[in-house]
Structures are given as C-alpha cells and as structure tokens.
Write a protein that binds this ligand. Structure first.
Ligand SMILES: [Zn+2]
Length: 186
C-alpha cells in the first residue's frame, strides 16, 4: 500500500471539500488517515487462497459434527461509498472433513475478508470460500448482519435498519441444515 500517496491525496481531499489542510487540527490528519487505511484495508493484498494458506493449519479429528463460531464482531467498508459497515455480527459454520482449523483462526479469516472494499454479500462469499479452502470441506455457512453508514448517515437515513445475508455451500443448501445452524448460532 502506498501510504505516502494516500497522505498527499488526503491533503488534496481536505482542500477540495473547502478545508484548510494547514490549520492546526488538520496538520497530522493526512498521516493519520494513511495509517488508518493501512490497517483498515490490510486484506486487499491477500487473495482468498493466501488467507486460507495463512490460517489453514488443520488438526485431524474423527468428528463430522457441525462446528459453529458465532457473534464475531467486525467492520468493513462498502465498495460503493467507501463508507463504514458497522455493528457487524458474523456467524460461521462448517462440517469438518477429517480435520478442523484452530477456532481462533476463524475470526481472523473473517477479519481479513472484511478489511477490503466490500459488499456484505461478497464478505459472506469470501469467508465461505476461505473456510472451504482451509478446511477442505465444501459444507460452509456464513450469516452476517450489519449496519451500513451509507444508509444510516446519508440518502434514506435509515438509522436503525440492519442488513442480513446468508451464504450457503454444499450441504448447507438444505433447509434442515440451515435450521440446525440457526439454532446453534442463536
Ligand atoms: Zn455503500
């Protein structure tokens, strides 16, 4: 990521919105924004396959029972407005195929998928793909709810509305499996 370029563009952006980038409160702002973006968009440099490789160490197990990690909190930024998606709650389930990944890896995978310019629907697809690549299981489900500041702070100003998306792969395309997952994540 080119943080120097971000700094100079933020300086110009401040000018463009009618601000004085040289007033005291804004002097360090371009640097701060560049620093924040470096963290906020840390997932852009990795493909889904890269993320799966980074967090894909599996441990052999005999079980083929559903694994669910629920209530992962994340935020992301929408690709249409670069606006914040917040109060995001992610629950992920999969059916192990001979091996499981470390439970702490699952929130890390979700976080990296969120640290890109995203759509909520695409975050679900990305997480499902990474979990599938990392575990070798085609049976993955991802449930996401989030508020979108491009809805709450501008346009329709629908401050309390939340968007829910569900991504299902493999056996989770069956209603009975979706219901079991929804019970476990409740
Ligand atoms: Zn948006």
């Amino acid at each position: 990521m080119d943080t120097k370029k971000i700094e100079s563009l933020v300086y110009q952006l401040l000018e463009a919105i009618g601000e004085d980038p040289n007033r005291e409160g804004l002097l360090e702002t371009p640097k701060r924004v560049a620093h924040m973006m470096h963290e906020m968009y840390a997932g852009i440099q990795y493909s889904n396959a890269d993320i799966a490789k980074m967090h894909g160490k599996t441990f052999p197990v005999d079980t083929n029972q559903m694994v669910v990690v629920k209530d992962i909190t994340c935020f992301s930024n929408c690709e249409h407005h670069m606006a914040l998606m917040y109060n995001m709650n992610i629950s992920i389930g999969y059916m192990p195929k001979g091996g499981v990944i470390g439970l702490s890896k699952i929130p890390r995978i979700a976080e990296l998928c969120c640290k890109r310019l995203q759509l909520q629907e695409k975050i679900g697809e990305d997480i499902a793909e990474v979990i599938s690549l990392a575990t070798g299981s085609d049976d993955v489900i991802v449930h996401i709810t989030a508020c979108h500041s491009c809805m709450s702070a501008r346009g329709v100003k629908s401050t309390d509305s939340k968007t829910t998306t569900l991504t299902t792969k493999g056996i989770f395309n069956e209603d009975a499996m979706i219901q079991r997952f929804m019970m476990l994540k409740a």
